[in-house]
Design a protein around this ligand. Structure first.
Ligand code: CAA
Length: 241
């Protein structure tokens, strides 16, 4: 039987493509979601992948969900921390609520989920933790002080936990997607997208969610054990660290 993989925010956008790619590779996938019941229902009907509704930013809800998934599907061996939101605005107009919401959903969630699977991964001497950061955590982005801070936080978290997990067969990596054609990016004002962002992408187009899913499948594989603490940039050449 395939390994058990959990994808947070796994029913829409990049997460949707990741869930499907892992399922095709033979993983037993569980996908979490928080808000959109209809998208989750449709996703489950189309893919047969079980969905779990909880707020990844909430410790107690994660605790319950991880226990439930472990009972239903099995001990989690691959964790993909993908859930994320944007609340864009210049810092001088950013509210405390929008700062807190983004840090909670994009960064606290990664602590919550990783902390809750790490003991079982250590006990089994195998684990793959893959977090979806962003080009904007690498380079910073105007209008995204909250999002850039959270996504940069994932880089530090990954490097620390990679060192801790190395001797236990647990790899910890981040992927930093550029601008991918999802609802999140399509919410950027059209003129900003066309005049400020697209011209900065040497490949000349937005990325596809499947192109990020491919990176996840690569890092999740059993034979990717020598890659840890790494950041895989997939941004069409927009930012070369
Ligand atoms: N790059 C360069 N310039 C930008 C820019 C960008 N990404 N975004 C905005 N600007 C420019 C605007 O064109 C404008 O310049 P001019 O005055 O010369 O026209 C100036 O900054 C102010 O912009 P707005 O008039 O739009 O000001 P605002 O206060 O109404 O909104 C904003 C500012 C919130 C930054 C808004 O422009 C915005 O949402 N920009 C997009 C920010 C962005 O890139 N978000 C990424 C979302 S997708 C994502 O996060 C996924 C991922 O990981 C990549």
């Amino acid at each position: 039987m395939g390994r058990v993989a959990v994808v947070t925010g796994g029913t829409r956008g990049i997460g949707h493509a990741i869930s499907i790619a892992l399922q095709r590779k033979g993983y037993r996938v569980a996908a979490s979601y928080h808000g959109n019941d209809e998208a989750a229902r449709q996703f489950q009907a189309e893919t047969g992948i079980p969905v779990y509704k909880f707020d990844a930013g909430d410790w107690a809800q994660c605790e319950k969900a991880v226990a439930q998934i472990t009972r239903d599907v099995g001990p989690i061996e691959v964790l993909v921390n993908n859930a994320g939101i944007t609340r864009d605005g210049m810092l001088h107009r950013m509210t405390k609520e929008n700062w807190d919401a983004v840090i909670r959903t994009n960064l606290d969630s990664v602590f919550n989920m990783t902390r809750l699977v790490i003991d079982s991964m250590r006990a089994r001497s195998f684990g793959r933790i893959i977090s979806i950061s962003s080009i904007n955590g690498r380079k910073g982005q105007m209008g995204q002080a909250n999002y850039s801070a959270a996504k940069a936080g994932l880089l530090g978290f990954t490097k620390a936990v990679a060192q801790e997990g190395a001797a236990k067969g647990i790899t910890v990596n981040v992927i930093a997607p550029g601008y991918i054609a999802t609802e999140m990016v399509m919410a950027v004002p059209k003129d900003v997208l066309e005049t400020k962002i697209l011209p900065q992408i040497p490949v000349g187009r937005l990325g596809q969610a499947e192109e990020i899913a491919r990176c996840v499948a690569f890092l999740a594989a059993d034979d990717a054990g020598f890659i840890t603490g790494a950041c895989l940039d997939a941004n069409g050449g927009q930012y070369m660290a």
